[in-house]
Design a protein around this ligand. Structure first.
Ligand SMILES: Cc1cc2nc3c(=O)[nH]c(=O)nc-3n(C[C@H](O)[C@H](O)[C@H](O)COP(=O)(O)OP(=O)(O)OC[C@H]3O[C@@H](n4cnc5c(N)ncnc54)[C@H](O)[C@@H]3O)c2cc1C
Length: 423
């Protein structure tokens, strides 16, 4: 039986419906069958808006998230002491399923802050830091970013060289991060720095929460091949971080980074569970494309389409298995590396399928519905194959941690970092 502050899943669904009915519009074409040539044919994986429009969209998204939080629906599974509702993943899923029927502002601005930074703060920060940032992140009063990758440290993250040196109750940070999604609109960042180069590579690292508006933080946009600039280089010139903003113990930053990376793979993998991003894995859309171009009876195309479809179905079930593990109170494990790998593998399969069907229509924009718009998807897929662990690195993790194959040779766990060859 549900108590006053512990609704059943059905009651939560009713709450969600009441909140969303009052604050958002039902999607008009929710149950409308797909018809070739009708509606929006956008297939882009990355937002390609200019900075001004992006800021307007962010403000709208923040406004909506604040209302959602104030209605008790902003952090359904979080601990009560930090502003959550302490309900189950099933309650969270119920909310998401109701919300998917409504047109709400994009939540993409908050993916990193809520999916990666907040869980790491919850696991590793001091209580007053949790109190300060967790409700604010979930209410979208602030936005978070992930400051891990550097020009010489991506897959080999433990090779990072941005340094933090202790100065009394503060740390002074100098160095450069790269590919920082959303740094240009973020208020805080989770940063991993080298705090002791005399220790072996994975041991002299420390995590912090850094104020992105602090003096000495310089954010420069990077232009990607899809046209937009969702990523940045971030330079740190003598940036000061109070010691109480440290995540975990000094020189124990590797386990802090692992917390974030496991949550990152969980978020990216989960995003592909519903049949593909933006309905890309939705077979109807691809079948109608074949039909439109008179290829629906072609045995080769039919066979390829069946493969694409099966790939998405298998990924969906596999992902469900991983989510059930989390639901049962177990930590997200290496199978989520499999979920992310399946997602990008399936997207690559869609890319190849669509390229064969559309051919030169992908190169020049003739204005024909549902053709050139796929170019944005195709140009975006390589980015997803790199973000959150490249395909090759995920295969390595699966080989070593899931299949129990011998570990890759060459990781020096004893020499001081300062004596190792650098990228
Ligand atoms: C869309 C996108 C968003 C991103 N957002 C962020 C962000 O917000 N914050 C952040 O910190 N970073 C972010 N990144 C960076 C991302 O984490 C790195 O790009 C990624 O870890 C790969 O690192 P790298 O680019 O340095 O490539 P490298 O590590 O240099 O890899 C180059 C190539 O070598 C291969 N390779 C490397 N090591 C091995 C190995 N051991 N075995 C086999 N092959 C290997 C890789 O698979 C790849 O093909 C983002 C990247 C993308 C594309």
């Amino acid at each position: 039986m549900a108590s006053a502050d512990q609704p059943t899943v059905d009651e939560l669904r009713e709450e969600a419906t009441a909140f969303l009915s009052a604050n958002a519009e039902l999607k008009a074409d929710e149950d409308k069958p797909f018809v070739w040539g009708e509606g929006d044919d956008d297939s882009a994986l990355f937002e390609e808006v200019d900075r001004e429009v992006e800021l307007q969209q962010l403000a709208e998204a923040q406004k909506f998230r604040a209302k959602r939080y104030d209605a008790g629906l902003g952090w359904i599974t979080g601990p009560k002491e930090f502003g959550g509702r302490e309900l189950s993943q099933a309650h969270e899923r119920a909310y998401s399923s109701v919300e998917s029927k409504y047109s709400v502002p994009s939540g993409s601005f908050f993916g990193i802050g809520l999916g990666m930074v907040a869980p790491t703060i919850l696991a590793h920060a001091q209580d007053h830091v949790k109190e300060r940032y967790l409700p604010a992140l979930h209410r979208a009063d602030i936005v978070g970013c992930q400051l891990f990758s550097e020009p010489g440290a991506g897959s080999d993250l433990a090779g990072l060289t941005t340094k933090a040196e202790r100065d009394g109750d503060e740390w002074v940070v100098n160095g450069q991060k790269v590919w920082t999604s959303g740094a240009h609109y973020s208020d805080i960042g989770e940063i991993i720095c080298r705090t002791d180069p005399d220790q072996p590579k994975h041991k002299g690292l420390t995590g912090f929460v850094v104020d992105m508006k602090a003096p000495g933080v310089e954010v420069r946009p990077l232009r990607q091949m899809t046209g937009g600039a969702s990523f940045n280089e971030v330079f740190f010139h003598d940036v000061r971080i109070p010691d109480d903003h440290r995540l975990g113990e000094v020189n124990a930053g590797w386990s802090v980074a692992i917390t974030t990376l496991l949550n990152e793979r969980a978020s990216i993998g989960a995003s592909g569970s519903g049949g593909g991003i933006g309905g890309i894995g939705n077979a109807t859309r691809l079948i109608e494309m074949l039909r439109h171009f008179g290829l629906d009876q072609d045995k080769v195309f039919r066979d390829e389409l069946a493969r694409v479809y099966s790939g998405f179905q298998v990924a969906k079930w596999n992902n469900q298995r991983a989510m059930d593990k989390i639901k049962a109170g177990q930590a997200p494990g290496p199978e989520l590396s499999g979920a992310k790998l399946s997602l990008t593998h399936n997207m690559q399969a869609v890319t190849e399928f669509v390229a064969k069907v559309l051919g030169p229509r992908l190169i020049a924009n003739t204005g024909e519905w549902g053709t050139f718009s796929w170019a944005q998807f195709i140009l975006g897929v390589p980015g997803l194959r790199v973000a959150g662990g490249t395909d090759e690195v995920l295969r390595k993790i699966i080989g070593e941690q899931v299949l129990g194959l011998p570990k890759e040779p060459g990781i020096d766990t004893t020499s001081p970092f300062k004596d190792l060859l650098k990228n």
